[in-house]
Ligand binder design. Sequence first.
Ligand code: DX5
Ligand code: ZN
Length: 215
Amino acid sequence: MAEIAPSILAADFANLQRDVEMINSSSADYIHVDIMDGMFVPNISFGIPVCEAIHKHAKKPLDVHLMIEQPDRYLQAFRNAGASGITVHYEACPHLHRTIQHIKELGAEPGVALNPHTPVEVLSEIMGDVSLILIMSVNPGFGGQKFIENTYRKVATLDGYRKKFGYNFKIEVDGGVNLGNAPLLVREGVDILVAGSFVFNSPDPTQTIAELGRS
Ligand code: DX5
Ligand code: ZN
């Protein structure tokens, strides 16, 4: 069993309210909100006003994934825009400990994300301070990409740290998640599956969310 965070990046942006309400009425646990700045990643998604608009209709907590440079400048703004959890990238944060403390002070759940090439070991000194570790299973920036297979090993290593040291962080995987890889990910220790195109491109997104949750 996994928690499910449908990624709103794959929604129909001209019908955001409809798609947020679909997620509300589904068994999803969060709404995953992807923020891209065209600098940390090549793509630009949307910003604070859209996050606020999603929050206005959302009945599930917003899991905000900041794929941006210098995220410290925007933590307060995304918290005000309704973020329950704020995840920053390890690769974008030279003072990650300070950034994590800042997110906590704002009353949000702090998360840290790792690009596919970044080993989980780099987080060994911060694992006890975060609520969530997000393993990117594609290179961040776009929906609809192919799942990268080294993700299983990274999840297993992270789960090993968690067991050995008694940490409480959840493990989230993001990118290319589908019904084929979901059960394997859960077996390695994943708690939260993010899924964008697999949910929104399916004939019955509500049903797909339920099926993923049974993984
Ligand atoms: C990718 C984003 C993902 C994306 C996943 O940079 O962080 O959250 O929406 O989309 P799919 O599930 O289509 O790979
Ligand atoms: Zn994401």
